[in-house]
Design a protein around this ligand. Structure first.
Ligand code: GS8
Length: 222
């Protein structure tokens, strides 16, 4: 198993899903050919329901018929199977545990803020304050490194990059500027976007914003 030409790799995803962008970047960085099947989350396919019967969510990676769910678990799986190409997780157990810890922090803290912004469940200024506070913690974690993976993009970079593109969307209707509020992360994001595997896998913030407006309209949020 692994990188031979017989592998069949399918990704159930959507264009703007921050979680689906993670495996897209990983597969692109590792040069793995895959078939992307875009899901309509208002009318989920029977394949999605069959492959992720517990959560019914994207992304799902289907590798030679076997499904893998949850974006961070998918990243780890991709890294284990195609380990020789562009390793993502650090080899040192302590550093690896740290990368997992911060990825979990991102999914708990940053996701809650972006969800509150998307569905307008909190006042925009309150969300912004909480968001910036958490992003500053992540800036501190980056320190003076070019990437969270050190000299190159790694697991934690991918975990955060999918949110980075949503942050650019957050700028569109909140008084918030990535560059002004979190300059180090802004530089980091620009640096990562110079990588073609990253830039071609991340959704355009404008497209995300259009999706946001449609989603709000559908659920009746002004
Ligand atoms: C989250 C996946 C998720 O929320 C992961 O993969 O890391 N913890 C999971 N997927 C969303 C689309 S992105 O917002 C989804 O599929 N939603 C469909 C639904 O909730 O019905």
């Amino acid at each position: 198993m692994g990188s031979d030409g017989d592998d069949k790799v399918v990704l159930l995803d959507t264009d703007v899903s921050m979680f689906a962008m993670r495996p897209k970047m990983a597969l692109a960085l590792k040069g793995i050919h895959y078939q992307s099947k875009a899901e309509d989350l208002t009318n989920k396919s029977s394949l999605l329901l069959e492959m992720n019967p517990v959560h019914n969510k994207v992304p799902v990676l289907i590798h030679n018929g076997k499904p893998f769910c949850e974006s961070l678990i998918i990243l780890e799986y991709i890294d284990e199977v195609w380990k020789d190409k562009f390793p993502l997780l650090p080899s040192d157990p302590y550093t690896r545990a740290q990368a997992r810890f911060w990825a979990d922090f991102i999914d708990k803290k940053i996701y809650e803020c972006l969800k509150a912004w998307l569905f307008k469940t909190k006042d925009a200024n309150g969300i912004k304050e909480e968001l910036v506070e958490n992003l500053k913690v992540l800036e501190g974690e980056l320190g003076e490194e070019a990437y969270y993976g050190g000299e190159r993009i790694g697991f934690l970079d991918l975990a955060l990059l999918s949110y980075y593109t949503w942050l650019l969307t957050f700028e569109k209707d909140t008084e918030f500027s990535v560059e002004a509020e979190i300059p180090k992360l802004s530089e980091w994001g620009k640096r990562c976007l110079q990588n073609e595997s990253v830039s071609t896998s991340l959704a355009d913030p404008l497209k995300i914003y259009e999706f946001t407006l449609q989603r709000r309209e559908r659920i009746g949020v002004a």
